[in-house]
Design a protein around this ligand. Structure first.
Ligand SMILES: [Zn+2]
Length: 643
């Protein structure tokens, strides 16, 4: 969460940022409702009718079509595809506020260090690029690139470079400007046992690997033809700014096109990726010599849900494609597998057929499941019973090894699809997969990267307007809290002790709400109320800064509150003279308490029904339960006549 910069700095940036002006730089906004709202074409989906609304009073925005919403920070995070700290830096810079240098010792040192590493990598990229373009030593490298069909413009665009055959090139070029420690941290040089240094990328063509913001973070080096070096490609080792399981080559150049085309192509190599861009297929990125990871998919999901993996048409490519299909079956993406015809690699294919032909293949690329099915079908043949049962076994083994598949709604579709195509009953497929899972369970579990709970599905459902009576009651409470920031402490007092007067932690107190997403929002309110007398919208959004779904949810609830003019309603209904609690809030809290009471009453009923099975008479505990039940019915009767 947003803890790396001090609160007052975040607040200063927030107060210096006017959301209408900020969004107005990206979207043409028109005032509406006497300037209480501004509307424009949403920049997060393909918008034809203006559905982005900006609320200057609340300093929030919301798209009524794609539901993207939040505050100024959220807008920058969504638009620039950055995290909270980068958004904060961008907005601080825009507001002309100096970024605090000494935050809390270690963090700021780390931050300074990152900045220096970025600087030295940018310097190195320039040196490598200049060397490729101008140096006599780079002649073989230039020839290699021209032979591959790269021209100077492309070489410039991708900032390709060359490291000459000199083990001290970097240190000499630096001439003491950068310390050897810094050069090591940037992974430009390594250190020998005797303390001397050597360059990593000797006599190689260099591909500059950049992050989403276009900052170089690492290099990929390729040997020249005729070299005796065994490793054809060599990447910078990971560093404080480079994590290869997350980063995709070309993302800085591709992100706009990916958003526009709403699909991304993922190739296996730098040159394939560049070739795609060269032929106008600009929504293409490449993995950095690794298979696609969950972290890659998570990163890509921010731009598009349709991911097309492009593999060479050779046997190795087919194998890699099958593995990838299995890995991402449960992911919430539309994953397609494209293997190129006749064993071609993407560069060859494009050279022969052009970008339009590739685009056509992309359109027709099969889904991962279909691709796997067809591969199994080719392997075993579908015309015999034996072949069909082998296909079934292959596909079930695939399903069973996908993490989280058993709890995924997709599984039902896939099982039905399989049953239908193989002419067996769904039930038998279901029984069989249970068995396969049981036997697989004995094997060591795959390590799955832990994702924070993001409430995405719950939030989507609510924002689509699908809510239960419970959800509605719970939203009511949060709406009142957003409309009456000074009343939030009443909620804390009402909820933070249990029936026996024991105090409850915010996460325990928040369990009064049943919807997990709404509960998470209430918990944030209660945490803030523990240290503040007033809890308002900006504070809540600040706490939720890294949680997109909950940010959208809070803005949505706030919009509802304002549509209902809740602040006026709260004011006109007045307060409880005894403690000053707004009556509307008191009612809402009473609803929550009542619902809890109903629940515990149901528990009493269940216990009673279990007791009556026993042979013994009415023991003391049972009598107590009966007393509780009688009390409840009396309360309920009073409540009915009261309302
Ligand atoms: Zn939108």
């Amino acid at each position: 969460m947003a803890v790396e910069f001090p609160q007052d700095f975040r607040e200063a940036v927030r107060s210096q940022t006017e959301i209408v002006a900020l969004i107005g730089e990206a979207v043409a906004l028109q005032p509406r409702a006497g300037g209480r709202e501004y509307v424009g074409l949403c920049c997060f989906h393909d918008d034809r009718n203006p559905s982005m609304v900006v609320y200057p009073e609340r300093q929030t925005f919301r798209c009524w079509s794609c539901n993207t919403g939040g505050d100024s920070f959220t807008f920058v995070m969504e638009r620039e595809k950055v995290g909270f700290r980068e958004a904060l830096e961008i907005l601080a810079k825009r507001a002309g506020l100096p970024i605090p240098k000494s935050v809390s010792g270690r963090t700021s040192d780390e931050e300074m260090n990152r900045a220096r590493v970025f600087e030295v990598l940018q310097w190195a990229e320039n040196i490598f690029h200049k060397t490729l373009m101008d140096s006599d030593q780079a002649e073989p490298a230039r020839r290699y690139l021209y032979d591959r069909g790269f021209d100077d413009e492309l070489i410039r665009e991708f900032r390709l470079g060359f490291h000459p055959n000199d083990w001290n090139f970097i240190l000499n070029q630096s001439g003491g400007r950068y310390s050897s420690k810094l050069l090591r941290e940037a992974r430009l040089v390594g250190e020998r046992d005797d303390g001397s240094h050597y360059d990593y990328f000797v006599n190689r063509v260099l591909f500059s690997i950049r992050n989403e913001r276009g900052q170089p973070v690492a290099f990929g080096g390729r040997i020249l033809p005729g070299s005796t070096d065994k490793s054809k490609y060599f990447n910078s080792p990971e560093s404080i700014v480079f994590h290869k399981s997350r980063l995709l080559y070309g993302i800085d150049k591709a992100r706009e096109a990916i958003r526009k085309e709403d699909v991304v192509l993922v190739t296996e190599g730098y040159t394939d990726c560049i070739a795609c861009h060269q032929h106008g297929v600009k929504h293409t990125v490449a993995t950095l010599g690794t298979a696609l990871t969950d972290a890659h998919v998570t990163a890509l999901k921010r731009y598009t849900r349709k991911v097309v993996l492009v593999f060479d048409g050779d046997a190795a490519g087919q194998n890699a494609a099958l593995k990838a299909a299995a890995r991402f079956l449960a992911q919430d993406v539309d994953l397609r597998i494209l293997t190129l015809p006749n064993g071609a690699d993407p560069a060859d294919f494009l050279e022969l057929n052009g970008g339009d032909a590739l685009a056509k293949l992309v359109d027709n690329a099969p889904e991962a499941w279909e691709f796997s099915f067809q591969a199994a079908r080719l392997r075993h043949g579908i015309d015999t019973i034996d072949g069909r049962s082998r296909i079934l076994e292959d596909m079930l083994a695939l399903l069973a090894q996908v993490p989280d598949m058993a709890t995924n709604v997709k599984e039902g579709f896939l099982i039905a699809n399989l049953a239908q195509r193989l002419g067996v009953s769904e039930q038998s497929v279901r029984d069989r997969i249970k068995e396969v899972r049981r036997t697989q369970h004995a094997r060591p579990q795959q390590v799955i990267e832990e994702q924070p709970e993001d409430h995405e599905q719950d939030v989507k459902r609510l924002l689509r307007g699908q809510f239960s009576r419970d959800d509605r009651l719970e939203c009511d409470l949060l709406e009142i809290m957003l409309a009456a920031p000074t009343a939030v402490p009443f909620v804390r007092r009402a909820l933070s002790t249990d029936d026996n007067g024991e105090s409850l932690e915010p996460h325990e107190a928040a369990t009064v709400l049943r919807n997990p997403a709404l509960r998470a929002v209430l918990e944030v309110f209660l945490e803030l109320a523990a240290v503040r007398d007033v809890v308002n919208l900006p504070m809540v959004l600040d706490q939720l800064s890294e949680q997109r779904s909950l940010t959208r949810l809070v803005v949505w609830i706030d919009t509802r509150a304002r549509e209902k003019r809740l602040d006026e309603k709260i004011h006109s209904l007045g307060v409880n003279p005894a403690d000053g609690c707004p009556l509307l809030l008191q009612q809402s809290l009473a609803n929550m308490k009542w619902r809890q009471e109903e629940q515990s009453q149901q528990n009493v009923a269940i216990q009673l029904s279990q007791q009556s099975d026993g042979p013994q008479g009415l023991d003391e505990a049972t009598q107590e339960l009966l007393r509780q039940a009688a009390e409840f019915h009396k309360q309920r009767a009073n409540r009915r006549t009261g309302s």
